[in-house]
Design a protein around this ligand. Structure first.
Ligand code: HEC
Length: 141
């Protein structure tokens, strides 16, 4: 291999490294993991979710207890939504306890479920494997 060819290969690889590095440290770090949806209300709701141990019966992002339904996308579910969620949390049902929560707590829990809804899909059913091995969700059912 001539010295000239070696130089061309070296500088091409170096250039690719610079371009790759640029994308990794600019576009690659743009995703804030949904922090912009984690409002003050949602943070309070998260603490309430932990305090009342909702996770003992419900799943978020597919994890949790199995007595109640998965709550990840209950907010964007076409047949459910915010007022539906609020009435469950406020009143309970025969199977779900009534925690006798105040208006502010119910709103905070709903805001937290809103955050969860915007940051995850569960269960992931309708997905497609891409050429690089990652998956994309095709449509929310
Ligand atoms: C003892 C178990 C239990 C606990 C603890 C519990 N839930 Fe539930 N929850 C259930 C069950 C069971 C249902 C289904 C009730 C029904 O259909 O009658 C339900 C339903 C719901 C629903 C409606 C979901 C849907 O898709 O229809 C919401 C929203 C909800 N719970 C929120 C909460 C929140 C928030 C907490 C914590 C403050 C909580 N739950 C704690 C058992 C529980």
């Amino acid at each position: 291999m001539t010295t000239k060819l070696k130089r061309i290969i070296f500088w091409s690889l170096f250039l690719l490294f610079i371009i790759y590095g640029f994308f990794i440290y600019t576009l690659g770090t743009e995703n804030d993991g949904g922090k912009k949806f984690l409002t003050e209300g949602a943070k309070k709701g998260k603490l309430l979710y932990q305090e009342y141990n909702c996770t003992s019966c419900h799943q978020l992002y597919g994890l949790g207890g199995y007595m109640g339904p998965d709550l990840t996308n209950v907010i964007s579910d076409p047949g459910k939504g915010e007022s539906y969620v609020k009435s469950f949390i406020k009143n309970g049902t025969q199977q779900m306890p009534n925690f006798h929560l105040g208006e502010a707590e119910v709103n905070a829990l709903t805001e937290y479920l809103n955050y969860v809804d915007k940051t995850g899909i569960s269960p992931v059913r309708n997905f497609e494997v891409q050429y690089d091995g990652t998956i994309i969700q095709k449509a929310i059912q």
